[in-house]
Ligand binder design. Structure first.
Ligand code: SAM
Length: 275
């Protein structure tokens, strides 16, 4: 069945959706005790994930991350056999959520996707529906704090929290404090997107509020970990594009709209690995 899904090469979205739904429902990864699954088994699933990506790109719903970043997160989940949940904070139109939902379906994990913007939740629902994957993700309208308030106690330790929401210093710090405030919320891997990302023209767009609370994920993370966190210090693993790689904007060649860029010697993402 899976071979069939991949063979269709995602030419026709309706057909893809049917096929991928069947694949996700019927095919679990047969993890061995060490967690590694052979390429013969993993390969078709990776092809299916790439197909989801291609369909999303055609529909303008692709994740706002680099392909390399997506692959790094997906392999982290596929190569490790723990069964903790996947939590995405900030979904936009669900380009990444659909990939997580697929992985959740084949690995037996729970998947939660949170966004403060109701229209983004609707778009995410539509994107996951396109592949028949909506039943594998619980969509949560609101902030991480609202999610924790309503689901916190029942969530088992997550394998992955993917933090990709507001990116400002203040909100990121608040999210990090919350995640580290309960043992059952500290994930095995905490992926921070736009780690060294900056806006070049914040004042024009956001005025003083932005000047006082700039986009500064890296700063918030380092401040939190060095000044406030007394638990085991995570291993830091940069991921995704490094400044200037894969078409990412640099300080010398910033984005046209917001003059945004990844700071020199910085990276698109950072994964914090907790024991
Ligand atoms: C960069 S986009 C997310 C991209 C998505 N993760 C992807 O891979 O394509 C940021 C999203 O975060 C949402 N957002 C902004 N502030 C938020 C907050 N405080 N809590 C939850 N979501 C937030 C926005 O509505 C937007 O959809």
């Amino acid at each position: 069945m899976l071979g069939q899904a991949v063979k269709t090469e995602i030419g026709d979205i309706t057909q893809d959706a049917d096929d991928l739904s069947i694949v996700a429902a019927g095919l679990r990864l047969p993890w061995s005790s060490n967690g590694l699954v052979g390429a013969d088994i993993l390969g078709p699933h990776v092809e299916a994930l790439m197909a989801i990506d291609r369909v999303n790109a055609r529909n303008g719903d692709q994740s706002h991350t680099t392909e390399r970043f997506r692959q790094e997160l997906l392999y982290l989940l596929l190569d490790n056999c723990s069964r903790g949940s996947i939590i995405e904070v900030g979904t936009m139109s669900g380009g990444m959520t659909a990939l997580f939902a697929y992985v959740a379906a084949i690995t037996g994990r729970h998947c939660f996707a949170i966004d403060i913007n109701h229209n983004c939740i609707l778009a995410t629902q539509r994107t996951c529906d396109r592949f028949g994957l909506a039943e594998y993700v619980r969509l949560c309208d609101g902030t991480l704090a609202m999610f924790v308030e309503s689901h916190g106690p029942e969530v088992e330790r997550p394998d992955l929290i993917f933090l990709d929401s507001d990116h400002s210093y203040g909100v990121t710090l608040a999210e990090l404090r919350l995640i580290h405030s309960r043992p059952n919320l500290v994930p095995r891997w905490l992926a921070l997107h736009d780690f060294n990302y900056r806006h070049g023209t914040p004042a024009a767009w956001f005025g003083d509020s932005h000047a006082n609370n700039p986009i500064a994920v890296a700063r918030a993370a380092i401040d939190f970990l060095t000044r406030e966190w007394s638990g085991p210090f995570p291993t830091m693993k940069r991921c995704g594009a490094f400044s200037g790689q894969f078409g990412t904007a640099t300080p010398d060649n910033p984005g046209a709209l917001m003059q945004d860029y990844i700071a020199r010697h910085g990276s698109e993402g950072m994964i914090l690995v907790y024991p």
